[in-house]
Design a protein around this ligand. Structure first.
Ligand code: ZN
Length: 215
């Protein structure tokens, strides 16, 4: 699978780059361990390893996540579209261990933290953009869950905020639900809006010249 435009230079300067994990939380991943499987994206757990492998390409590794109240408006019990998921301070809201390990302390951003507000992008409801700018970040490398809801919203907001955005396609998974674009359609929307899409392997090779020669 080749998703990158060959004309795009994927080399990044880590001093102005941040790696971001969107909603890489146990509740959005399949499984039966505590917290897993609340609102699972198929293969959702597989976003963690490729994202964590890119941590060295940024000077910040941030994460966003749902941090819902127990009676959140987005839950079906309250008439919302989703089963209960990612309640703050519950196991479902915890990051996948590989993402938790990569996280820069102080760079976790929760959204949907009150009963009556939901947000698919942390840029809507937190100071994420200001924090990134204050840290000198201009380039974002983004992956996570799910491609066609929160990753899409986050990437579109990041582009509106003026960041250069590189989306790591193999570090994203989508869900199927009525009215949503597919994983591939969401990636196309991001490209149309100005994002670069690529893979974790291509990013790693582009930023390791000795590997690029070997390839
Ligand atoms: Zn949610």
């Amino acid at each position: 699978m080749r998703t990158a435009n060959p004309a795009v230079d994927l080399r990044v300067n880590p001093s102005i780059t941040a790696v971001g994990a969107v909603d890489a939380q146990k509740g959005f991943m399949p499984g039966t361990l505590p917290g897993f499987g609340e609102l699972p994206a198929p293969e959702g757990d597989q976003v963690a390893a490729p994202l964590a492998a890119l941590a060295g390409l940024g000077n910040v590794f941030f994460a966003t996540g749902d941090g819902h109240t127990a009676q959140h408006m987005s839950f079906t019990e309250q008439g919302g579209p989703w089963p209960a998921h990612c309640v703050l301070d519950s196991a479902g809201a915890e990051l996948h261990p590989l993402i938790a390990n990569a996280l820069t302390p102080g760079w976790m951003f929760y959204k949907g933290t009150t009963d009556d507000v939901d947000a698919y992008s942390a840029f809507e409801v937190t100071d994420l953009a200001a924090r990134l700018r204050a840290a000198g970040v201009r380039v974002l490398i983004i992956g996570g869950l799910v491609t066609n809801v929160c990753v899409l919203a986050t990437v579109l907001d990041a582009l509106r905020e003026g960041f250069v955005v590189i989306v790591v396609a193999d570090a994203c998974r989508g869900i199927q639900a009525p009215g949503l674009p597919s994983h591939q359609e969401a990636l196309e929307q991001m490209r149309q809006a100005g994002a670069v899409t690529t893979t974790s392997t291509e990013l790693l090779i582009a930023n390791a010249p000795e590997l690029a020669v070997a390839a």
